[in-house]
Design a protein around this ligand. Structure first.
Ligand code: HEC
Length: 267
């Protein structure tokens, strides 16, 4: 009897532990059809432009993108690449984006040595919205918004995860304890995140008249961040394809010459 009771208690214990673990675990991200997925995938320039708009008008208020310079926007396969301006520093659109950036960059006056603020140029990196991480944490309920330069590479199933996170806010289920600075999101490990839901319907207006639903904004900004994580991705895939075609042709040629060389020899 005692043995039976103990075995029963052990099974109940294991089951409860399993449920508790599952509750702490983040939900699997939604799979999306990304234009840049797969060996032949490439970035969709219009989508990158929409995504840049979302980053600029929404995410940049809290998140830096420290590995990106403004000129990167005008590089081949980038959001504002224009074949007329192979050098992105000459691209008038990229120049205007840099000069208009709302957060101005810190610099030193060349004559007086005083610290000054000046408009960005194409050579500048995107400025950090916060002067330091203490200020960033103080402004966000104690959590520092991470730099987004390589976030898609830094998270498992990066693009699907970020998309799911941005679209995955819901009301906290009864019994979940949270502070006013925390928000409930099933895709975030632990489910309580210090980032308030950043996107709402029509938060930005897309210049190409794409409907600014939360999903469309999330998809575009995720594509933009995927490009930022690996701006040379399209080039790398195109080179890979050319190399494969070359190797296949070379193998055929080698095989043909092998047949020719040994044509009159009996085995
Ligand atoms: C009001 C400030 C704020 C805005 C606006 C904001 N974020 Fe965040 N974000 C945060 C904070 C704070 C965290 C850290 C959350 C934590 O660790 O609890 C965060 C975390 C993240 C993370 C990392 C999640 C993880 O797995 O660690 C991603 C990705 C992210 N934000 C993307 C975005 C995107 C994309 C936008 C724009 C659509 C955006 N954020 C807008 C404050 C913000």
């Amino acid at each position: 009897m005692l043995r039976k009771t103990l075995a029963f208690a052990a099974v109940v214990g294991l089951l409860t532990a399993g449920v508790a673990l599952a509750a702490g675990d983040a939900k699997h991200p939604h799979k999306q059809a990304w234009s840049f997925a797969g060996p032949l995938g490439k970035f969709d320039q219009a989508e990158l432009q929409r995504g840049f708009k979302v980053y600029k008008e929404v995410c940049a208020a809290c998140h830096s993108l420290s590995m990106m310079s403004f000129r990167n926007l005008g590089e081949k396969h980038g959001p504002f690449y224009d074949p007329e301006f192979p050098n992105p520093n000459d691209n008038p659109y990229v120049k205007a984006i840099a000069a208009d950036w709302v957060l101005q960059v810190n610099d030193i006056d060349g004559e007086t040595g005083d610290p000054i603020k000046r408009p960005a140029t194409t050579a500048d990196r995107f400025p950090n919205p916060y002067p330091n991480s203490v200020a960033a944490a103080a402004g966000n309920g104690g959590a520092v918004p991470p730099d987004l330069s390589v976030i898609i590479k830094a998270r498992h199933d990066g693009a699907n995860y970020v998309y799911s996170l941005l679209t995955g806010y819901s009301a906290a289920p009864a019994g979940v304890q949270k502070t006013p600075a925390q928000h409930y999101n099933e895709y975030f490990p632990g489910h309580l995140i210090a980032m308030p839901p950043p996107l709402t319907v029509n938060k930005v207006t897309f210049d190409d008249n794409t409907v600014a639903s939360v999903k469309n904004q999330a998809k575009a900004v995720t594509a933009f961040l995927a490009w930022a994580s690996e701006p040379k991705q399209t080039e790398r895939k195109q080179t890979g394809l050319a190399v494969m075609i070359y190797l296949i042709l070379l193998s055929l040629l080698v095989y043909a010459s092998y047949r020719r060389v040994w044509r009159n020899e009996s085995h």
